[in-house]
Design a protein around this ligand. Structure first.
Ligand code: GN1
Ligand code: MG
Length: 364
């Protein structure tokens, strides 16, 4: 953790001075740094925003404020009680700003910690059903967000064509001299490019719309309460326009994988079809009413696409010499790449069954 006095000074930009404040590291994000702050009987989450990756922090924070206040208004309309646990609440600085830039140029933000909440890295079919409903509801609530479209906090974030362009540049540059180790994986990626760029083609042809998406629907971005009911969706940095198949697919990639995202043992990795099925049922229960047939027909493809995209992103970072994702050991990005590629192969083997499951869930 950064120097404690420095951390305290940052915290007191947002809340009153307190000699007894407690600051502890929190969570396992790959990009931002998170801390839990306890002061005067209240708990908060403090985050250092990675501004090399999120290069427009004011716009990013503005997106989050718009999204959370829109959801808050919807929940109020629905007469939901306990609203402070159902949507994130940003804590402004004493100057009413949504972030604080410190003297070394780092950006910080604070929000209320959601009381008695927990997240899971592994779930069961019942929780998957609830998570599906939650992400469907999230998209539905944001469908009528007023005003300008949200700012694209990372341009072309889930654009496969753009990701492949960057990947090929990295392969060409071979900055870390690692290319000879990964030639087989590079070929596997190149063999699938045509299929994996299909969403971008369909969008250009007017066949696939963009909607307000979460764009980081990892299983651990859903908070549950003490009775395992969903409280809310968190990690709103990447909420922006995208294809619904992306959000569907990223949940399957993380929540329906029997292994870990960075599992060293390929035998652990396979799609759990019971989780896939319950997630699809929950999601479609809330989303079927606003989705087109084409979107529904491509949900299972989304699982392959997002797993492929993550394979490409981890491999790109490995080839570049680990400049994007935090790593815990030297070949972590290579281990992640292989684990994601194994999952992709398994999704390919199970694809027909996944299509059938989505079809049945949509026609219940
Ligand atoms: C990053 O930091 P985290 O874990 O929320 C990444 C996602 C990836 C994910 C892979 C801004 O999310 O896109 O899918 O790691 N976020 C960004 O685990 O790149
Ligand atoms: Mg994230």
């Amino acid at each position: 953790m950064a120097d404690l006095d420095k951390m305290k000074n940052i915290v007191f930009q947002f809340i009153s001075h307190d000699d007894a404040v407690v600051i502890q590291p929190l969570g396992k994000g790959h990009i931002n740094d998170s801390y839990k702050v306890a002061s005067a009987g209240n708990e908060y989450v403090l985050q250092r925003i990675n501004h090399h990756i999120f290069q427009h922090v004011p716009e990013l924070q503005d997106n989050i404020a718009r999204v959370t206040s829109h959801i808050r208004a919807k929940l109020e309309e629905q007469g939901v009680t306990d609203i402070d646990r159902r949507v994130l609440t940003l804590v402004p600085t004493h100057e009413e700003a949504l972030f604080y830039k410190d003297s070394s140029g780092d950006y910080w933000r604070m929000m209320d910690f959601i009381k008695e909440s927990k997240s899971y890295d592994e779930i069961n079919p019942e929780l998957a059903y609830r998570a599906g409903m939650a992400f469907g509801d999230f998209q539905k609530m944001l469908a009528d967000l007023p005003g300008e479209p949200l700012f694209e906090t990372i341009p072309n974030f889930h654009n496969m064509e753009a990701r492949l362009k960057t990947f090929r540049e990295s392969v060409k540059a071979n900055k870390a001299g690692r290319l000879h180790e990964v030639a087989g994986l590079v070929k596997e990626i190149e063999d699938r490019t045509d299929e994996m760029c299909k969403a971008e083609r369909m969008h250009r042809e007017g066949k696939l719309p963009k909607r307000t998406n979460h764009c980081d629907t990892k299983v651990n971005n859903i908070l549950f309460d003490e009775n395992d009911q969903v409280l809310c969706v968190v990690d709103l940095d990447t909420v922006m326009p995208g294809y619904v198949l992306s959000d569907f697919g990223d949940f399957v990639r993380t929540g329906a994988n029997r292994g870990a995202e960075d599992d060293k043992n390929p035998d652990n990795i396979a799609v759990d079809l019971a989780i896939f099925e319950e997630y699809a049922k929950g999601y479609l229960k809330n989303a079927a009413s606003f989705l087109t047939d084409t979107e529904i027909e491509n949900l299972a493809f989304g699982a392959k696409l997002l797993t492929y995209m993550q394979t490409v992103r981890f491999l790109t970072d490995y080839i570049d010499g680990d400049t994007y994702y935090k790593i815990a050991y030297p070949d972590h990005n290579l281990v992640r790449t292989k684990a994601q590629f194994k999952l992709l192969q398994n999704l390919e083997e199970n694809f027909d069954e996944m299509q059938r499951i989505v079809f049945d869930a949509a026609h219940r």
